[in-house]
Design a protein around this ligand. Structure first.
Ligand code: 13P
Length: 285
């Protein structure tokens, strides 16, 4: 069996059974280790996501090799996912490296151009059994180098979503229903009515981006209304870096990465456990 999977089977199972698979953004070996080890302990399927800057930083081949080692070690379903990629050639390259799940984010393009770009990726990716996620509408906030001003955000139109999925053949759809990347100024307001409409009209699994800093009950309500994949980045980065900062404050002479990284990993692990519980994905394989 291939060790690195597409997200097809795992998201369809989540859709049928009414839970979500968490997609955790990782940056290096340590963060990947925490995610896979915790998912294995809890029996949760898991998606390891890397943005373009993460893949540039760590290297697609390194991420793929580490994920393979982790999948083998723990014998669990793992997908490694290209998150918010905008460059079609980069996606093709990383599929050639062995990624079997990708997001082509052409959401800032006009509807027709979004379709054309996504379709090109779908045509390529499906030859390698790689699943493709796309975004319709536009999420606000900041995800690494991707910054969308609040005034440029746009909610997903359910009718457009039907046409978009049909025209592109995309495997899953990221919907804009009021979440944003990063931290919120006030309490996020999610448009559940819109989500329900999209769910009723569109067949493919739906994806919630920007799930950090969203109250658990709201994420769970979104899952109950059809979200099958929940993306989490910021809620992991903050406790990891806070714990490392605290360690350096308490041990200003420290210089051993094995020592100063460990509290970061421990802090991150607690959040990964919590998010798996919020997603309802424990003991699902
Ligand atoms: P957050 O950083 O808000 O968790 O968003 C993560 C995300 O949507 C990655 O695609």
């Amino acid at each position: 069996m291939d060790k690195i999977l597409s997200t097809r089977a795992m998201l369809l199972k989540a859709k049928q059974e009414g839970y979500a698979v968490p997609a955790f953004n990782i940056h290096n070996m340590e963060t990947l280790q925490v995610v896979v080890e915790t998912a294995a302990e809890m029996g949760s399927p898991v998606i390891i996501a890397g943005t373009p800057s993460t893949i540039t930083y760590a290297g697609a081949e390194y991420i793929k090799a580490m994920a393979e080692v982790a999948a083998e070690k723990y014998n669990i379903p793992i997908a490694i996912h290209l998150d918010h990629f905008e460059d079609v050639e980069e996606i093709k390259h990383d599929i050639d490296v062995g990624f079997r799940s990708c997001m082509i984010d052409a959401s800032k393009e006009a509807f027709e151009n979004n379709i054309t770009t996504v379709k090109e990726v779908v045509d390529y990716a499906h030859r390698f059994d790689c699943t493709v996620e796309a975004e319709l509408g536009k999420l606000g906030g900041q995800e690494d180098d991707l910054v969308v001003d609040e005034k440029d955000t746009m909610y997903t139109n359910p009718k457009d979503a039907v046409e978009f999925v049909k025209a592109t053949g995309v495997d899953s759809l990221a919907v804009a229903i009021g979440t944003a990347h990063g931290l919120y100024k006030g309490e996020p307001k999610l448009d559940f009515e819109r989500l329900q409409k999209i769910r009723d009209m569109v067949d493919v699994p739906l994806v919630l981006h920007g799930a950090s800093d969203v109250p658990d009950e709201l994420v769970q309500k979104a899952i109950s209304l059809g979200i099958c994949k929940v993306n989490i980045a910021t809620d992991l980065k903050i406790p990891f870096s806070d714990a490392v900062k605290k360690y350096f404050n308490e041990h200003p002479e420290a210089n051993d990465p094995r020592k100063y990284m460990t509290p970061g990993k421990e802090a991150m692990k607690k959040i990964v456990q919590h998010k798996i519980n919020v997603c309802g994905s424990a003991n699902r394989y």
